[in-house]
Write a protein that binds this ligand. Structure first.
Ligand code: SF4
Ligand code: MG
Length: 322
């Protein structure tokens, strides 16, 4: 089966400043990613802020063009599609953002916000759009009487529901959700995550879910990719990643995730040093200055991202073939 999304050697760099003698410096936000997202699954990208996960989301949705590498969507290489070629595909890929308040226009009524993608992508009349908007509000657990109000009249969780209704309006196949619950209280987080899971089942949605927090993605994910400084360091299905994390960075991230059973408490691993700049990533393994298992080879040679067991990839010299 063709994956809904396939990313091959994806790179995106941004020119940041002119260095000595006018040489341009580049921020390598995304630096060689390969992964696939199957139809109907939730694939989560997790990593510290600045690791390139938001840029990856925007590259997948073609809100950004890659510097090199390819994005395949539904069997088509859309990497260099023109705006015209993208038009029918845009409808298929929607976005849900972290801060629903910042991403929702304060001067638009909720029904207009929800129906805006319909205005862009369909020829429905105002009446038809209003009717659909009311239905969508009910679908996401709000009421159609909310349709005439403005986004600022709602709580953070309700605003995120509005953002989800809006994304859902054009019946996309893919939703890229960039930190959709990070601005919400923990109790509200699980409500929104449950809603997203229900909608996934009902509409056969595929999610690319972006988060800095491994505890947020545990329940919603089928597979998880851990990112560090623009690269993937480990990819595995959810259970494998939480039970047998291989990469020292994944192990450190996981050590701070609370476990329900206190007897199984994970030993907390505190990472030394700061996140290096993506303008000048460290030589060899990019994680070497913070890794307690660092070996000589790690400073010199970049580890290859390779499959160590079916469906489980890791980039670390600890797991080289002997
Ligand atoms: Fe640590 Fe070396 Fe593995 Fe990098 S390659 S994570 S430095 S052991
Ligand atoms: Mg981000």
């Amino acid at each position: 089966e063709t994956p809904l999304v396939e990313v091959r050697g994806l790179r995106k760099s941004f020119a940041v400043k002119k260095g000595w003698f006018g040489a341009a410096k580049y921020l390598r936000a995304v630096d060689g990613l390969s992964f696939a997202i199957r139809q109907g699954e939730t694939f989560s990208l997790v990593g510290e802020s600045g690791c390139g996960k938001s840029t990856t989301g925007r590259l997948v949705n073609r809100l950004l063009k890659p510097t090199s590498g390819e994005v395949w969507f539904n069997g088509q290489n859309i990497s260099s599609f023109s705006d015209n070629q993208m038009r029918p595909i845009r409808k298929e890929m929607q976005m849900v953002f972290q801060d629903p308040y910042a991403s929702l226009n304060p001067r638009m009524k909720v029904k207009e916000l929800v129906a805006e993608p319909l205005l862009i992508h369909t020829k429905l009349s105002v009446k038809e759009r209003d009717k659909l908007a009311q239905e969508l509000l009910e679908t996401v657990g709000l009421s159609s009487i909310h349709a005439e109000r403005y986004a600022h009249e709602f709580s953070g969780g309700q605003r995120q529901r509005i953002g989800i209704a809006r994304a859902l309006s054009v019946r996309p196949s893919l939703i890229v959700a960039d930190e959709p619950v990070s601005a919400l209280d923990v109790s509200i987080q699980s409500q929104v995550l449950n809603l997203m899971q229900d909608l996934q089942e009902e509409y056969g949605l595929t999610y690319l879910f972006i988060s800095h927090d491994l505890s947020v993605v545990e329940h919603i994910s089928d597979r998880i990719g851990v990112m560090y400084l623009g690269t993937l360091v480990e990819t595995a299905d959810k259970d494998t990643l939480y039970d047998r994390p291989l990469h020292p960075y994944t192990q450190a991230l996981l050590s701070s995730v609370p476990v329900p059973d206190p007897n199984q408490k994970r030993e907390r691993i505190i990472l030394k040093g700061d996140l290096p700049s993506p303008v000048d990533p460290p030589s060899g393994c990019r994680f070497h200055n913070r890794c307690s298992a660092c070996m000589d080879i790690c400073r010199q040679q970049e580890p290859v991202f390779r499959e160590v067991e079916p469906g489980h990839q890791v980039a670390c010299h600890l797991y080289n073939e002997a």
